[in-house]
Design a protein around this ligand. Structure first.
Ligand code: SF4
Length: 415
């Protein structure tokens, strides 16, 4: 019988450096929005950020704002404001929370960073539909509100093989963004600046992968819940030297923990893979729940989504097109299942939890039999929990706790 203990979680020292990186990032955006000295591009989280950096834009990612709305538990009250103007409660709760915050003129940035009132006004909005169609509708809303151009890449979905013809087609769409970006930024496109942004972005991706791969150690020095905040620099800072410096420091700390056999979860007994979105408003609750059961949720599809190993500075457009098309979320079930099976083996996992996020079918992989197929092939047990990334009305904490405890009990019996 696994008894739940009260656990005080150990914070990674480097998380302070990552916190400072995020503060500097938002203050720089805010200063630019106020002074008008630098142009600001809004970009989707797996959009073509490298092109925007190469064109001299500061890049803002609305999804990180939505995640903050979730983790600050502001989202649930704001979602109905967006519903009232026609955005369904069933669509992405990142979108509805963010639009609700805009309508209500509130932002978690104002609570965390003194002097910042909210997101920086965009000069252009650039999306990639590789993750979902919601991002395009989300950006179109702001395009109308701010009267600025909305441009983007229309990606493939359900991709089996990433064929060259598809890569070429996406690369062409990326190149076609440039005239608008030149007009808005007032800067001429420079291929060497793009190569440098891609080089830095690839370095960031490699470092972030090394960080996440430390979870293969027993005990793991990091949890998925740590990863969801530590990944901030990979999302908003890829293509910058500062993000890479943060990850070098973090990596050193994690390697030291491995050398000292210091686990992120004391007395780690069970190792879990998480598929799907985090529940932003329950990060700490979930971290404590699992740690109390001597269980480390240590690897995930989500945190690994900011690894772009195809990026190649010598072939910037094609390699960006490949990197942003071979992503997990863009793929068909067969390559997704092969990917998860590799992850289970690499991280030496005892069980899988699938989060069925009500408003994000794109990041919920448990709806068409995948858990059962993977369990049959690997023998690794799985549990699906119903919930949402941001809308806490869709979550039953009691149900989640009971199901997780029963699942760990089952793993214990199998040991
Ligand atoms: S992938 Fe999901 S959470 Fe992300 S923007 Fe699309 S619908 Fe929202």
């Amino acid at each position: 019988m696994v008894e739940e203990k009260k656990i005080k979680l150990k914070r990674l020292e480097s998380s302070k450096i990552l916190g400072k990186f995020m503060a500097d990032y938002y203050y720089e955006l805010d200063a630019a929005a106020k002074s008008g000295e630098k142009k600001i591009a809004w970009c989707t989280s797996v959009g073509p950020a490298e092109i925007l950096r190469a064109m001299g834009f500061l890049v803002y990612f609305p999804e990180t704002h939505s995640a903050m709305l979730g983790s600050s538990r502001m989202a649930t009250d704001l979602i109905p404001k967006a519903n009232a103007i026609g955005y369904s409660p069933d669509i992405c709760s990142y979108l509805t929370a963010d639009v609700g915050a805009y309508l209500e003129k509130v932002s978690p940035l104002a609570k965390v960073f003194k002097g910042i009132e909210g997101p920086p006004k965009p000069d252009v909005l650039v999306f990639n539909t590789n993750q979902c169609r919601d991002v395009q509708d989300w950006f179109n809303f702001y395009g109308e509100e701010y009267d600025v151009p909305v441009i983007g890449v229309h990606s493939y979905v359900g991709v089996q093989e990433v064929e060259d013809s598809r890569v070429k087609s996406i690369a062409k769409q990326m190149e076609e963004l440039i005239p608008t970006l030149e007009r808005v930024s007032g800067n001429k496109f420079d291929i060497d600046r793009l190569k440098e942004a891609v080089r830095l972005s690839r370095e960031c991706s490699d470092l972030w992968k090394l960080v996440l791969d430390t979870a293969a150690a027993k005990p793991s020095p990091i949890t998925f819940f740590d990863g969801t905040t530590l990944m901030g620099a990979a999302v908003v800072g890829r293509g910058t030297q500062e993000a890479n410096d943060c990850y070098r420091t973090l990596l050193e700390e994690l390697n030291q923990r491995i050398a000292d056999k210091e686990g992120a979860v004391p007395d780690e007994r069970f190792r879990i893979y998480w598929d799907g979105m985090p529940v932003w408003g329950r990060l700490s609750t979930h971290a404590k729940l699992f740690a109390g059961l001597q269980t480390n949720v240590l690897a995930s599809t989500y945190c690994n989504s900011w690894i772009f190993s195809a990026l190649d500075p010598d072939d910037p457009f094609d390699s960006m097109a490949r990197a942003y098309t071979e992503l997990f979320i863009v793929r068909a079930d067969a390559p997704k299942e092969a990917y998860i099976r590799n992850m289970l083996e690499f991280f030496k996992v005892d069980g899988i939890i699938y989060h069925d996020a009500k408003t994000c079918p794109n990041n919920s992989n448990c709806r068409y039999g995948m858990p059962q197929r993977i369990e049959k092939l690997t023998g690794i047990p799985c549990l699906t929990i119903n919930g949402d990334l941001n809308d806490l009305r869709l979550i039953s904490d009691e149900q989640t706790k009971t199901n997780v405890e029963a699942f760990i009990e089952q793993l214990d019996e199998n040991k």
